[in-house]
Ligand binder design. Sequence first.
Ligand code: IPD
Ligand code: CA
Ligand code: CA
Length: 271
Amino acid sequence: MEMDKDLKIALKAAREGVKTIKEFQSKKLNIREKGFHDLVTDADIATEKTILGIIKEHFPDDEILAEESENEEVLSDKRTWIVDPIDGTTNFAHQFPVFCVSVALWENKKPKVGVVIEVNRHEEFTAVAGEGAWLNGEKISVSGKTEPRNAFVGTGFPYNDLSLVDPYLKMFRHLMEKLQGMRRPGAATFDLCCVACGRFDGFYEYSLHAWDVAAAALIVQEAGGTVTDWNGESGWLFGQRIIAGNPDIHQYLLKCIEEYIPEKQRKNITH
Ligand code: IPD
Ligand code: CA
Ligand code: CA
């Protein structure tokens, strides 16, 4: 079957982005804080330029929402490319080997294509809405684990929004007892892709941006997983709070969030 044209360009842009990142891996990095605990390197800027250059060359009329371009986090009905040039910049800056390029295409406010490439293992996760999800060209699906005691779950700790830390830590303690294991790899796109291919049975985090989830959440959905915000609803793109998992572990994590996080703080920050 011929590859979807949008997927082809998304993949080309992401692969070129990976090449740009690799050029920086042997150089001395220029790292600065663009906000409190929020790093950016010259590799993030250059990689975004590479990716956007390819997208604009092929689709000059499409809209762009990219992290380092500081575009406003809104979507129109137009085709919009949502790009995180390096997801896991803190890992990258410390040479900790989990960081990804993420490229998504949304149309009519729905995800159409998602590509995430983990740079060090060169794992290419892809999805097209309604057609499925793949890892390096092989179809993937979420795990079939139903029991929390057998579940392996990813999460993330926000760098600069500590508003929910107290209830979050109480829930974390509960999950430490109930789950088989928990991990914090440091790149939300990778966490979600690990759910999609069944390495993780679930994932939850708060304080995420649209570019952290736009591609990888589609990959989870196309792999048969469930993705919601912390109200169990569909506002995860701009809601800053996400739960993903196979349907059983997603449901379990949602129940835990309902138990531990006060209702007011579960609310979306939607546009
Ligand atoms: C970050 C990563 C991290 C998550 C942060 C994100 P960045 O993205 O996804 O896992 O915990 O909230 O900001 O800044 O490295 O692109
Ligand atoms: Ca990110
Ligand atoms: Ca980033």
